[in-house]
Design a binder for this molecule. Sequence first.
Ligand code: MEV
Length: 439
Amino acid sequence: MNDKTISGFSKLSKSKKIDWIINTYLPKQEDAKKILERYWNSDEKLQQLHDEFIENTISNYYLPLGVAPNFLINNNMYAIPMAIEESSVVAAASKAAKFWLDRGGFKTSVISTTKIGQVHFMYQGDKTHLKTYFNNIKPQLLNAVKPLSKNMEKRGGGILDIELRDKTDDIPNYFQLHVSFETADAMGANFINSCLEQFAKTFKTEALNFEQFTAEEQQIEIVMSILSNYVPDCLVRAEVSCKVEELTENKTISAQEFANKFIQAVTIAEIEPFRAVTHNKGIMNGIDAVVLATGNDFRAVEAGVHAYASRNGSYSSLSHAKIENGIFTFWMEIPLALGTVGGLTNLHPLVKLALEMLGKPSAKELMQIIAVAGLAQNFAALRSLTTTGIQEGHMKMHLMNILNQFEANSEEKITLVNHFKTHAVSHSAVVEALEKLRQ
Ligand code: MEV
């Protein structure tokens, strides 16, 4: 223990927590309390709701919620809500949406919606005894979770299958109950984990009554029961295509040249992990922003998507592009485990609004919308990278951040935004222009 540790912190009132944090870690920061309080909501009920999302809340952390309009997806129009701090993301999505709006829009389909959970356990003994036990106990396992799965079944979900998997080649005595689930419009984490914990309990206790087991074999040791965020069978596809000659609006490069360069850029990301990670990061700029705005779990999505990007043994591009018979096609298949009911979706007022903006989508519809946001973002990034370079657009969007950093007033902002329409933006150029204006 030293003077920077505390026990019972979670039991202190919010104001005592703040006092302790400031006294202990921010003693020189005079404004600390004011800064924290400035982000509290004056609507007490709303503030309490946010306070109770997690433990030890001291304030709210704002991210901008933007909207990218003009998305045509399977002939329906969408304005896509995006929660993100990176300046150029919403602008890039909007630009890509507009570009493809004039070329038939995005086409999407859900390929599969299966989710996975596992009970990891240790068993020592004759493997055929374990197999017989598993086959005998399977109906009882399914029965034991009926109280949990009844509601899910009403909504079209439930348990699809339970397999016994032998992993003893990797770890001695290690086996799994590998369970597949359909969770309909829920992301399903709680449902899956509750079912798995019940499977584990029944599996362990009933082993004690299984006559074919020896005394040692009866002692099944459960290690853990948890869903997997790797969901390669919860897949969605998004695609855009048009004639090659329709590809360009940019006079400096021909449509064919642009298509070729674009495909080269994608091919590089397919074979070069250093590039693939950045390429896919651009895709996740779009995906995470909508995942967050719709109250979904972006860590789960991130983990699952990147695992999928390495499924063939080397980290690779999630998107692909080709030209066939004069048609340019750009597409992506990605795993997305999402929910439009449960979790934050019914709790956070902005999440509710975001889902309403999207027409209260089912989880399958949301998978398609979010895949499109990723593909659009990737298209916008590759388009800039292979033509003007990324910094031109990026720095234009970053201009406001630099102006805010130097506390430019509204008049200065208008003047300098105008000025930088025709001048290259760099940190030093903005500072120089601002200083000149202020002289
Ligand atoms: C920046 O957030 C994302 C990009 O680096 C993506 C890419 O390089 O494809 C522009």
